[in-house]
Design a protein around this ligand. Structure first.
Ligand SMILES: Nc1ccn([C@@H]2O[C@H](COP(=O)(O)OP(=O)(O)OP(=O)(O)O)[C@@H](O)[C@H]2O)c(=O)n1
Ligand SMILES: C[C@](O)(CO)[C@H](O)COP(=O)(O)O
Length: 233
């Protein structure tokens, strides 16, 4: 069995509300996201991680998706939510995809390319990413407001902007998550846990339109891209 874990238990602080439940054209963001996995031939079952105070609401939103096996309670951070999802499918699968519930423009193509690369490279983790188009600098002390002191410029050719979906060997990911929990190691994506514990991760080309809806401007971008991207091809 191939599982997808969809962390969707965030509070949406930078957006102003739980953006996973925002409706566009009559469909919630989480429904846009899950429907791609529902239609992917590479995914057998889906577990969605929801806010503790919105489990029933999430179950209602997803009641028509046959692959959704469970809605489980989220944690205080994304990482702890993913760990709860991993616990819910213990011993059930060899590979697991983790994908942000608020990246609704994921495509079947990205999912299939992840599995292709996973087979080809034979590594424990494969992630999606795009090349930065802007210059990226390291900053130091904050100045007034959002201003900051520039320290140095990074070599853009050696940087990637990481997305989800991310595909992993289930046992390796679960072991890294449990170890990180015990040791108090926190990463902003799941692949960083594998890197921290010495596992090999490969990045493949993602899609610039596979945005994470984080701030209100992202919702406007989503509405534009939605009419352009072929999510089910
Ligand atoms: N405790 C958390 C925090 C985040 N997420 C999920 O992880 C994904 C990426 O998180 P982010 O975009 O940061 O969402 P929020 O945490 O809701 O945003 P904010 O940090 O602005 O509150 C989202 O699908 C979010 O629902 C989660 O499952 N559990
Ligand atoms: C996992 C992720 O989407 C990869 O870019 C990102 O790290 C999530 O960050 P967030 O602050 O939890 O949204």
């Amino acid at each position: 069995m191939r599982y997808a874990i969809i962390p969707a238990a965030g509070k949406g602080k930078r957006f102003g509300k739980k953006k996973q439940f925002v409706k566009v054209n009559g469909k919630t963001i989480i429904q846009f996201t899950v429907e791609v996995f529902e239609k992917s031939e590479f995914i057998d079952r889906v577990v969605v991680v929801a806010p503790e105070d919105a489990i029933k609401e999430m179950e209602k939103e997803l009641e028509h998706f046959s692959k959704v096996e469970a809605v489980v309670k989220g944690g205080c951070e994304r990482q702890s939510s993913v760990l709860n999802g991993l616990k819910a499918i213990e011993g059930k699968c060899k590979e697991v995809i983790v994908h942000d519930g608020v990246r609704p423009l994921v495509t079947k193509k990205l999912i299939s390319e992840l599995f292709g690369a996973y087979q080809d490279y034979g590594v424990e983790g494969v992630i999606t990413a795009v090349k930065p188009k802007d210059t990226i600098k390291v900053v130091g002390a904050n100045l007034e407001g959002n201003d900051s002191l520039v320290i140095k410029t990074l070599n853009r050719e050696r940087l990637i902007l990481v997305q989800t979906p991310q595909l992993f060997n289930y046992e390796v990911l679960y072991r890294c998550h449990k170890k990180a929990f015990e040791e108090g190691f926190w990463g902003t994506d799941d692949a960083s846990l594998l890197e921290h514990y010495g596992h090999t991760v490969v990045a493949i080309k993602g899609d610039y339109r596979n945005i994470k809806i984080t701030t209100p401007e992202d919702m406007e971008i989503f509405k534009i891209f939605l009419s352009q991207i072929k999510r089910f091809d």
